[in-house]
Design a protein around this ligand. Structure first.
Ligand code: ZEM
Length: 290
């Protein structure tokens, strides 16, 4: 991998775009797992004490790297390592989040505002000193609306933003050896759209009969598609459902709301100082604390 100039983030976007296609891996693209990496890097945020979030790239260290919810993301990180090695000037925290927005756009999704400035923890000890232990903060797919709200309200999201973000399940798939779940949500899982909401609302989702954890299935154009308990909560809960219906009816609105919420997610806990750098100071940036 060639290097790009220090600060050339468009150059990094080009390098990410070039490695997305990967015949033989899942549905031929690493795009979905890169979007998931950006989400899990950020989704540990706790607004009360301003810990967690994408700054620091703590997933390189235990216990975050070993969190069961992050199983499989070692592949996503390894896919990006050649870019990191060729461009030591970019932080992992910036690279992981930039890769997520780049992959989303390359798969037909909206352009998500993104800003650099994240810095990396130097060690596991530094990560723990900064934000304590953040494993166990990501959502559990076997639960319902209350759990989803507990997790996303903790980060500062509204019901509308929760439903928009959940539309990311239009991408990629579940892997039995990672999460225990199996299958994809839509027929074309490497193309971003509002299909996920349309299918959620128009198909009859029945529990799959198998040895694995509870998940739901429906057959669409001959393909077995899946939903998680947390996905179904988006239509069972009346407040969530209002937004699921709007997004199923209006892809433009979904894209706008998704981009805004995804941008907000990637910024959680990234408190930049006057020079545009987000230092790793306990409790967030001292200039904004309090
Ligand atoms: Zn997901 N997600 N997610 N998600 N997710 C999986 C896969 C992907 C939940 C969840 O438990 C799971 C968000 C919200 C929530 C993506 C993006 C985003 C998988 C399958 C599970 C189990 C993992 C595997 O086996 O590889 C839960 C419970 C959520 C909230 C309640 C949000 C928000 C996302 C982005 C904004 C993506 C892109 C995938 C597909 C990954 C891949 O490898 O294909």
């Amino acid at each position: 991998m060639a290097s790009v100039k220090n600060g050339d983030y468009d150059g990094i976007r080009n390098q990410v775009t070039k490695i997305l296609k990967r015949p033989g891996y899942d549905d031929g693209s690493i795009g979905p797992v890169l979007v998931r990496l950006a989400w899990h890097a950020s989704g540990t945020y706790e607004r009360k004490d301003r810990t967690g979030g994408s700054n620091g790239a703590g997933m390189r260290f235990a216990p975050e790297s070993n969190d069961g919810a992050n199983a499989g993301l070692e592949h996503a990180r390894a896919f990006l390592d050649p870019i990191a090695e060729a461009n030591p000037w970019i932080s992992y925290a910036d690279l992981w989040t930039l890769a997520g927005v780049t992959a989303l756009e390359a798969m037909g999704g909206p352009k998500t505002p993104w800003k650099p400035g994240r810095t990396d923890f130097k060690s596991e000890q530094a990560a723990e000193a900064y934000h304590g232990k953040v494993d166990g903060r990501l959502p559990d797919a076997s639960q319902g609306a209350q759990h989803i709200r507990d997790v996303f309200y903790r980060m500062g999201f509204s019901d509308q933003e929760i439903v928009a973000l959940s539309g990311a399940h239009n991408l990629g798939r579940c892997h039995e050896d990672r999460s225990g779940f199996d299958g994809k949500w839509v027929v074309n899982p490497t193309r971003f759209s509002n299909q996920f909401f349309k299918l959620l609302l128009t198909r009859k989702w029945v529990p799959r009969k198998w040895d694995g954890p509870l998940q739901y299935e429906a057959v669409v154009v001959g393909e077995k598609l899946m939903m998680l308990e947390t996905d179904l909560a988006l239509i069972k809960d009346p407040e969530f459902r209002v937004w699921a219906e709007k997004y199923a009816a209006d892809q433009k609105l979904f894209f706008e709301h998704f981009a805004a919420a995804f941008a907000k997610l990637l910024e959680l806990g990234v408190d930049r100082d006057g020079s545009g750098v987000a230092p790793l100071v306990k409790g967030g940036c001292p200039y904004h604390a309090g």
